[in-house]
Design a protein around this ligand. Structure first.
Ligand SMILES: [Zn+2]
Length: 597
C-alpha cells in the first residue's frame, strides 16, 4: 500500500467510453465529432467533480486525434494524443477563472487565440469556473466569442450556470452534467479497488459514495484516504469512523424506540450519539432521511430509488412494514420541522429532544383514541391527554409532583393564559393528575384556567376523583411586587432546578415581563418552548406565588411575532372533541353549569 497512487489521477478516464455516469452526454459529444458538427463554444455545467474538465480534455484530444478509432474515440497512440496524455500539447489551454479572473488574464488568452495550431486542427481553450470572471473580463471575452477564428474552440465550465450572463449563454452549446449516481460511483470504486488489490465491503463503498454526493473526484479522494487509513482493507466500521458518519444502526435503534413510544430509550440513544460528537442538526436531518428512506422502501417500485446495498435494503423494507404511511408522513414532517428550526433555536438539544418525544407520541398504544385529532393536525403539540396516555417518563421523573400541570390541547392560537383559580373549586379539584395523589397535597392549588384545561384532565382521570370540598387552608396574600422581583424569583426557580435541565434551559432563555399588577407575559420563540413552559406552568406559578406572596399571579405565554407555527383549536372545538370521546363530560358540564369562556 505504500506506493499507492492518487486514484483520481491514475484512474482519470482517457476516452469518452470510460467517463463514469455521463453516458448520454458523452454520446452526444461523440456524435457531434462524428458528424463534424462542432460548435465554437460549449458550456459544461454541473456540480464539482462530476467530469466537466475531464470531458473537456477528452474532447480536445479527440478532435485533434490524427487517427481516430471507428467509434470516434481518440486513438491515444498518435503524436497528438500522446502529447495530450503527457500534458505537453500546445492545442489545449486551461484557465482557472477562480484564480485568474481579471481583464489581463483574459487578454493573454485572447492573444493566444489568434495563433493557429502547429499539429492537429483545433486549439481548445478551457475556462474553468467561468462564472468567476470579472464583469470587465467577461466583456472583453465576449468580442472573441462573437467572432472566433476557425481553429478556436472554447469550453467554459461552471458549477453555477445561473451566474453566466445571457449574452455568453446564448453563444454556447450547453451541456448539463449530472451528479453521478451512488450505484455508478460504487461500481467505479469497486473497479479501482479490484485493480489496486484493495479489499472492500459493499456498504463501505456505499457510504463513501453517499459522502461524495455525486462527485467522482471526491469519491476517489475519500477512497484513497480510507485506503491509507485502513491499510487496504475498507470495512464499513472503518469508513464510518474515518468519515465521521453516524452508523445507520443508530437510526434503526431510534426508529425502534419511536415505534415502541419509548421516550426514555430515545433520549438515551440521542445522548449516546451526542457524546460521540455528532451535531444535533446532523442527527435530526439523519432521522428525517431515515424516515424518508423507510417511506421509499414501503413500495417495491420506489424502493429502487433507495441506493444502498442489498442487505441493508432488506432491513429497511422489513422496518418499513412496521410503519403506517400516516406515521411516516407525520414523522418526516416533525423531524423536518425540527431541522428547519434548528439553526434559529437557542436551545438546540431541547429542540431535538422534543422532536423525539413528539415522534414517540405518534404511535398510539392499543385502545387509545381514534386518532381523529391527529388527522386534523398532524403536528400536534404535546398535549395533556397524550402525555398521560403515554406515561411519558420525563414527566414521571419530575420530583415536584405537587404541581405538574395538566394542560389544554393547544388552546386559543398563540396565547395561553394560566391563572390562579382558587375561587373556582370545581376546576381546582379536577385539575390534578392521578400522580399527584401520591404526593402530599398542599391545599393551595394552581390550575390552568379555561374549560379546556379542567375538562382535559377530567377525561383522563376517569370518575374516581375525590372532590376537593374544603376551603383552601394555605393562604397566600396579595402582596404587590415589582418586575425586578418577579424576574429574580423566575431566575431563582430556574437555578434550583437540577434534574429538569430542559426546563431550566428554557426558563433561562426568556425573561418575564409584567403586563399588569399580577399578570406577566413570557415571549418565546417557538411552539416547543411555549409547550414546555405550559407543561410546567403550575409548578412555576406555585413557586412564584409563594415567593412573591401573591396568589393571583398569572402567566401568559406568547410566541414572538412571525414565529407562530400553527393555528390551534378553539376551546369549543376542544371541548366538542372531548365530549365525543367521553359523553359523560357533557352531563358533568351541564350539571355544574360550566361554560366555556
Ligand atoms: Zn490519436
Amino acid at each position: 500500500m505504500d506506493t499507492f497512487v492518487v486514484s483520481a489521477r491514475k484512474y482519470r478516464p482517457s476516452t469518452f467510453r470510460s467517463v463514469v455516469g455521463q453516458e448520454a452526454l458523452t454520446t452526444t459529444l461523440k456524435n457531434a465529432i462524428a458528424g463534424n458538427k462542432l460548435a465554437h463554444a460549449y458550456l459544461f455545467s454541473g456540480p464539482r467533480g462530476v467530469g466537466k474538465t475531464t470531458c473537456a480534455r477528452i474532447f480536445a484530444k479527440t478532435i485533434n486525434c490524427l487517427n481516430p478509432a471507428a467509434d470516434h474515440e481518440a486513438c491515444n497512440e498518435c503524436e497528438s494524443c500522446v502529447a495530450f496524455n503527457e500534458q505537453r500539447s500546445y492545442n489545449i489551454h486551461e484557465l482557472d477563472a477562480a484564480s485568474n479572473n481579471g481583464v489581463d488574464d483574459i487578454r493573454n488568452l485572447i492573444d493566444q487565440v489568434r495563433v493557429p495550431p502547429q499539429i492537429g486542427k483545433y486549439k481548445v481553450y478551457i475556462i474553468d469556473e467561468v462564472h468567476m470572471l470579472s464583469q470587465a473580463a467577461f466583456n472583453s471575452f465576449l468580442k472573441t466569442l462573437e467572432e472566433p477564428p476557425a481553429h478556436a474552440i472554447f469550453i467554459l465550465a461552471t458549477t453555477e450556470k445561473q451566474k453566466i450572463i445571457p449574452t455568453i449563454l446564448s453563444r454556447c452549446q450547453v451541456y448539463d452534467f449530472n451528479r453521478i449516481t451512488i450505484h455508478d460511483t460504487v461500481a467505479h470504486l469497486q473497479y479501482v479497488a479490484d485493480h489496486e488489490g484493495v479489499k472492500t465491503e459493499p456498504e463501505a463503498l456505499n457510504i463513501i459514495a453517499q459522502k461524495a454526493d455525486g462527485g467522482m473526484r471526491d469519491a476517489l479522494s475519500i477512497f484513497d484516504q480510507t485506503v491509507s487509513y485502513t491499510g487496504g482493507n475498507i470495512t464499513y466500521q472503518a469508513v464510518i469512523e474515518n468519515l465521521n458518519v453516524l452508523d445507520y444502526e443508530y437510526y434503526f435503534k431510534l426508529s425502534d424506540a419511536i415505534l415502541n413510544a419509548n421516550v426514555t430509550e430515545c433520549l438515551l440513544i440521542l445522548n449516546d450519539i451526542l457524546n460521540r460528537g455528532f451535531e444535533g442538526q446532523y442527527i435530526i436531518s439523519g432521522i428525517s432521511n431515515h424516515f424518508r428512506d423507510l417511506l421509499v422502501c414501503k413500495d417495491p417500485a420506489t424502493a429502487q430509488l433507495f441506493q444502498v446495498g442489498a442487505s441493508i435494503r432488506e432491513r429497511y423494507i422489513t422496518m418499513a412494514k412496521k410503519c403506517s404511511n400516516e406515521f411516516l408522513y407525520n414523522a418526516i414532517e416533525i423531524s423536518n420541522e425540527c431541522d428547519l428550526n434548528y439553526r434559529l433555536s437557542k436551545n438546540k438539544r431541547l429542540l431535538v429532544e422534543l422532536a423525539l418525544i413528539r415522534l414517540c407520541q405518534l404511535q398510539k398504544p392499543e385502545g387509545a383514541s381514534s386518532g381523529k385529532t391527529e388527522k386534523k393536525s398532524p403536528i400536534e403539540p404535546i398535549t395533556a391527554k397524550e402525555r398521560i396516555t403515554h406515561k411519558n417518563p420525563i414527566q414521571e421523573k419530575i420530583p415536584d409532583k405537587e404541581s405538574v400541570s395538566s394542560q389544554t390541547p393547544a388552546q386559543d392560537s398563540t396565547q395561553k393564559t394560566v391563572e390562579n383559580s382558587t375561587q373556582k373549586p370545581v376546576a381546582e379539584s379536577n385539575v390534578r393528575k392521578p400522580a399527584e395523589k401520591a404526593a402530599p397535597l398542599k391545599k393551595r392549588t394552581v390550575s390552568l384556567s379555561g374549560m379546556g384545561v379542567s375538562l382535559a384532565s377530567l377525561t383522563n382521570k376517569g370518575e374516581e376523583e375525590t372532590p376537593d370540598t374544603g376551603p383552601a387552608t394555605y393562604h397566600i396574600g396579595t402582596n404587590l411586587f415589582t418586575e425586578k422581583e418577579l424576574v429574580n424569583a423566575w431566575k431563582n426557580y430556574a437555578r434550583q432546578l437540577e434534574e429538569e435541565k430542559l426546563l431550566k434551559n428554557t426558563m433561562s432563555l426568556y425573561i418575564p415581563k409584567m403586563l399588569s399588577e399580577t399578570v406577566f407575559e413570557v415571549e418565546v420563540n417557538t411552539e416547543l418552548n411555549k409547550q414546555y413552559l405550559t407543561d410546567h406552568a403550575n409548578s412555576i406559578l406555585s413557586f412564584l406565588r409563594e415567593k412573591l406572596d401573591n396568589g393571583d399571579i398569572t402567566m401568559t405565554i406568547r410566541i414572538a411575532e412571525g414565529n407562530a407555527i400553527k393555528k390551534a383549536l378553539t376551546s369549543h372545538e376542544i371541548f366538542e372533541e372531548m365530549v365525543q370521546k367521553n359523553p359523560s363530560l357533557q352531563k358533568l358540564s351541564d350539571e355544574f353549569g360550566l361554560e366555556l369562556s
